[in-house]
Design a protein around this ligand. Sequence first.
Ligand SMILES: [Zn+2]
Length: 144
Amino acid sequence: MRGTVLYGPRDVRFEERVAPTIIEPTDAIIRISATCVCGSDLWPYRGINPVAQPTPMGHEYCGIVEEVGSAVTSIKPGQFVIGSFFASDNTCPNCQVGYQSSCQHAEFVSTAQAPLLALRRHGHRLVRRRRGQREAGQDGRGRR
Ligand SMILES: [Zn+2]
């Protein structure tokens, strides 16, 4: 599959990358529907943050579940999901009290600008869009 890779300031390449597969039972593979360039992508792109090595890009995304590991029960193939900048495990004390953004096992998602994304050990943390649920802001009242 092809995806974006940042090589250095103003040097983004679209090149061949290895398609992810399920390795751990808690992994999930997402077929990306939409991803974007985030403000935090711009720091290394502009040369403000150094780029030590070619780095795949993309950490904000949504898409269709392609495959899940045997321990992932909250989502299944074919469902539309939205992921977070940081994948969290939803099992540590911080997650249990509702601070998934401070997960003790958080992993930075950084390969979403490609057709497929693997979420290692955190596939169960994706948010599934429920039938009839509107996008935030569609009805002028924000997220429901
Ligand atoms: Zn956690």
